[in-house]
Design a protein. Structure first.
Length: 152
């Protein structure tokens, strides 16, 4: 049974999570799923100035997916706010919950936070996590947007 679960997890990681959908539509689906399965009230705000590469879209989607999974499993939150926006030549993702929080220095056993950090760093981005007991959690992702080559 454990082997089957591992195989299913690997297949999920290999699949294209956007499946021809826009990033915003895919995130909306994640949020609707969270809302239908939990008592969490999500707030989602997107302000993107242009489309991104498949790599950036997939990375952002996977980070949001992992963050929402962690929130549902561990936080006891009732609200989550997710903001995705571009400012100048940067893409910012903010995910904040009103859950029980945790001490990031003591949370070293899970792969979720490490995975989010590694995905961000693979795009030369920065990953920040702010949390404290009884004060919820805030994740900030800051990814540079590659400039498209000029054509003359």
């Amino acid at each position: 049974m454990a082997l089957q679960e591992i195989r299913q997890s690997v297949a999920t990681l290999r699949s294209n999570p956007l499946e021809g959908r826009s990033l915003k539509d895919a995130i909306n689906s994640l949020i609707q799923d969270v809302q239908s399965r939990t008592n969490i009230t999500p707030n989602f705000d997107v302000s993107l100035t242009h489309p991104f590469s498949t790599e950036i879209n997939t990375t952002i989607y996977r980070i949001i997916q992992e963050a929402l999974t962690n929130i549902c499993k561990h936080s006891d939150a009732t609200k989550v706010t997710l903001q995705l926006r571009t400012v100048s030549e940067r893409l910012y993702l903010f995910i904040e919950d009103n859950g029980k929080g945790f001490d990031p220095e003591q949370n070293t056993t899970g792969f979720g936070l490490q995975s989010m950090r590694e995905r961000t760093e693979a795009l030369r981005g920065k990953f920040y996590i702010n949390s404290a007991i009884a004060l919820g959690c805030r994740i900030t992702v800051d990814i540079p947007i590659p400039k498209l080559p000029s054509t003359f």
